[in-house]
Write a protein of this length. Structure first.
Length: 115
């Protein structure tokens, strides 16, 4: 199992970014996929979840209405569209899944919101 995040960067408040998580080593269409983030000095926290078929999503209250998680099983990729970014969204964002009882994480991608 391998998860590789990309798409992070430095943006100003109110701007948008789209993160990607390229998955390999397993059948993406059978997996629930999650995004987490970890801000400096804070614990890693849940951001968003998408069901294996993509029909169900769930978001942390802090990002609800601003972030959208989607997946393209044909491309083995999960996305996190982030809009109206705020200073408090600054963090390393991680893709995560659970396969056969084991938790897998990507290496993370840095998102910095700064004026």
């Amino acid at each position: 199992v391998r998860l590789v995040e990309s798409g992070g960067g430095l943006v100003q408040p109110g701007e948008s970014l789209r993160l990607s998580c390229a998955a390999s080593g397993f059948t993406l269409s059978s997996a629930v996929m999650n995004w987490y983030r970890q801000a400096p000095g804070k614990e890693r926290e849940f951001v968003a979840l998408i069901s294996s078929a993509g029909g169900s999503t769930h978001y942390a209250d802090s990002v609800k209405g601003r972030f959208t998680i989607t997946r393209d099983n044909a491309k083995n990729t999960v996305y996190l569209q982030m809009r109206n970014l705020k200073f408090e969204d600054t963090a390393v964002y991680y893709c995560q899944t659970v396969r056969l009882g084991a938790i897998y994480w990507g290496q993370g991608t840095q998102v910095t919101v700064s004026s």
